[in-house]
Write a protein that binds this ligand. Structure first.
Ligand SMILES: [Zn+2]
Length: 156
């Protein structure tokens, strides 16, 4: 895009990802590792509902937001963010305006399986993974499957 502006895509989810030397004073590391929400924007006299998410670099607070400090791809911050991005994207898809899918306790789908990984395998560097995507290993938290009484899984 020549202007450098992002498109205003109502079907997209925009992620703000930070480096480990950046915090968010609203509670990154103490209240959350990531979150998603939405905002109504006026674009050329048209109202658009834009979904977005914040995911901080968990190298800033490994004990709070990183599942492991040695990671499959040798970058614990980025590998840790991949798992949190998956969590927030799943929730943004099923509860984009915070009024759709959540349970009686207020948990969104990924919240119900947060920080659970299912069957893992150990890699030569000592880290753990539970999936291989495009030739790279990742440890990605599971998501809720709302069938058969409900359970956490990596696929359905
Ligand atoms: Zn969540």
């Amino acid at each position: 895009m020549v202007s450098g502006a992002l498109p205003q895509d109502e079907n997209g989810v925009y992620f703000v990802l930070t480096s480990a030397d950046v915090t968010a004073s609203s509670g990154f590391c103490t209240q959350y590792c990531g979150w998603h929400t939405y905002s109504t924007m006026s674009v050329s006299n048209t109202s658009k509902v834009i979904k977005y998410s914040f995911v901080g670099n968990p190298d800033r607070c490994p004990s709070a937001c990183e599942a492991q400090t040695i990671s499959p791809n040798g970058n614990a911050g980025a590998d840790g963010m991949a798992s949190i991005i998956a969590h927030e994207l799943e929730e943004a898809a099923t509860d984009p305006q915070l009024n759709a899918w959540y349970d009686r306790r207020g948990y969104e789908n990924a919240d119900k399986c947060a920080w659970t990984f299912g069957l893992t395998f150990q890699l030569p560097n000592g880290s753990y993974a539970n999936m291989n995507l495009g030739g790279l290993n990742f440890l990605i938290q599971r998501n809720w499957v709302n069938a058969s009484g409900g359970y956490c899984a990596l696929s359905y």
